[in-house]
Design a protein around this ligand. Structure first.
Ligand code: MN3
Length: 225
């Protein structure tokens, strides 16, 4: 099938994010969990050839086009596929440090300081009940301000009209082998591998409709309020 929904290769080795995320966790998370979302998405669309070429973000943003018998399965697994595709690129063995440029200015404007942003993001992630995600998003309802938000399951803020800039996964499978029940410790350690170059790229793209059109993962331009 020509489905644009295939498991992307990790952009680094499974052990590259040690000691912050262990190789065993990365192997299970990418090769098993993410792979299962892709497999389950393909299975859900097996009887709907007209939908098989649609990328995950299209499937999420057009839930009314998804037949009712598979709507929930498509939402969960397209979300799992898209969110994990964003997650692998939100991290880097050369990550850490602080953002620069326009993103740094916007974080200071909207959160007061980089330190306050980090506290806000980690606390929000630590408070997600059950399984979900924590995001730095650019809103369009409020002049393009940055905001920290969380989602349940594999929901993506794109469906709320918010553009993801940075993301972390707070499902237990993301951290439990190494950090056990200490989710906040994981979130605080994670700053050492957050990829601010990628976040800055996404922030700049969020203000550029032509770039958004070209983006393969999240190619829906934001409708400006
Ligand atoms: Mn996960």
């Amino acid at each position: 099938m020509t489905l644009g929904n295939a498991l992307p290769a990790l952009p680094y080795a499974h052990a590259a994010l040690e000691p912050y995320i262990d190789a065993r966790t990365m192997t299970l998370h990418h090769d098993k969990h993410h792979a299962s979302y892709v497999d389950n998405l393909i299975a859900a669309l097996a009887d709907y050839p007209d939908l098989q070429h649609r990328p995950a973000r299209w499937l999420l943003l057009n839930s009314g086009e998804i037949p009712a018998p598979v709507r929930t399965a498509v939402r969960n697994n397209a979300g799992g596929h898209l969110n994990h595709s964003l997650l692998w690129r939100a991290m880097s063995p050369r990550g850490g440090g602080e953002p620069a440029g326009a993103l740094a200015d916007a974080i200071k404007r909207d959160f007061g300081s980089f330190a306050q942003f980090k506290t806000h993001f980690a606390e929000a992630g630590s408070k997600v009940f059950g399984s979900g995600w924590v995001w730095l998003v650019r809103t369009h309802q409020d002049g393009g301000k940055l905001q920290v938000t969380t989602t349940q399951g594999h929901d993506n803020p794109l469906t709320q009209g918010q553009f993801p800039v940075l993301v972390n996964d707070v499902w237990e499978h993301a951290y439990y082998l190494k950090h056990e029940n200490r989710r906040l410790d994981y979130l605080n350690a994670w700053w050492a591998i957050a990829d601010w170059d990628e976040a800055a790229r996404r922030y700049e793209m969020s203000g550029n409709a032509a770039a958004l059109q070209r983006e393969t993962e999240v190619g829906q331009p934001l409708a400006r309020a």
